[in-house]
Design a protein around this ligand. Sequence first.
Ligand SMILES: Cc1ncc(COP(=O)(O)O)c(C=O)c1O
Length: 367
Amino acid sequence: MARAAQHGGNVLEIAERHGLDASEIIDFSANINPLGMPDSLRQAIVDNLALAERYPDIEYRHLHRAIARHTQTPVEWCMAGNGATELIFSLVAKLAPRRAVLPVPGFAEYRRALERIGCDIIDVQLNEADDFQPTDALLSVLDEQIDCLFLCTPNNPTGQQPDAALLGRIVQHCHERGIALIVDESFIDFIAGATGLVAMLADHPRLYLLRSLTKFYAIPGLRLGYLLSADIATLDAMRCDREPWTINAFAALAGEVVMADDPYRVATYQWLAREQAYLFDALSRLPGIKVWQPAANYLFLRSCSAALELQQALLCHNVLIRHCANYPGLDQHYYRVAIRSHEENRTLVAAMTAVLETAALWEPRHG
Ligand SMILES: Cc1ncc(COP(=O)(O)O)c(C=O)c1O
C-alpha cells in the first residue's frame, strides 16, 4: 500500500489525484489541534533562529528535564523522539518481541514496526457490538506465548478510551506474565485532567507509555514525542543505539516551551469541550450515519450505505475526511473526522447533510 494512503493529512496527494486546489481543502483527515502552534512557541522559534547553526545537545538535557517536570517522573524514565513514531520503531527493535498482540482497528505503524523485526502478530478484533472497546476477552489471548501488547488510549481511529478498571486489569495481567505492554497515549492530552498510566509506571517496569506532542500542540511538521518507562535498562540501551540528533533544535526547543504553556492547554480544553459536543450532536442527528461519542479530538463514524463513498462525495465540497477502509478490522463503511474550528465544523456538517440527502434520493426504495 502507498505510504501516504495509510495516514490522514495527505492533502497534496488527494488534491493532485482529484484535480483540486490543495489550499481550498479543509483537512478533517489529520487530528491536529486547530488552534495551531502556541504563540509562545512561534515567538521562541523566531527568537532562536540561530539554533539552526549549531548541533542540538546530543543528550537533549533541557528537553528531558522539561518532560520529567511535565509528567512528574524521574528524568531517567524519559526519552524524547522525533515524534512518537520514531519511538514505536526503536522500542520495538530493542524489545524484539517474538509474538505480539494488536487490537484491530489500530494505528498502522505498530504493525510495520513489528513486521520489520519479523515478529508474529496476533490480531484481536475490537467489535462494533462493544463500541470497538477492548473487553476482558483480551486477557484470555494474553498467555505465556505472548511477549508484547500494543494498546492505544484513546484509540485511533475509533476515538474510544478504554474503561480504567479494565486497563488496570490488563496492566496487572501483563505484569504477571512478563508481557511488554506498550500503551500509546498520543491523544491522552486531549482528555482534560487525564494523566494516563503514569502512576502505574513505578510498579510495572514492563510498561511503556508513548506520547506525541504533534497533535495537541499542532506541530506535526516539527515532530516531537516521548517515551516513559521505569525500565531504565531498556531506555539506556535505546539511548546507546540511537542515531545522534534525530530531534532537530527547534523541535527540542518546542518541547521545553509548549509543555510550560498552561494558557494554551486551557484554550484547547475550552475549544474542545464546545466543538466536541457540537459536532457529535450535529452529526448524530444526520440520518444514514452512526457516530461514536469521542474521547479526544476526532470522531469515528459508519455510513449505513455501502454505495455511498463519503470521502469522495465530500471532496466535491472541498472537505477531506479520513476513510478507514484500509484499517485491518474495518471496511469501506467507516470514517474518521477531526474536530476543527466552529466555522469549519459547520462547513463539514453542511457538506455532510448535502451529501447524505443526495445519497438518500438515489437509495433504492423498499416496500
Ligand atoms: C495513535 C498514534 N500514535 C502515534 C502517532 C504518531 O505521532 P507522531 O506525529 O508524534 O509521530 C500517531 C499519528 O497519527 C497516532 O495516531
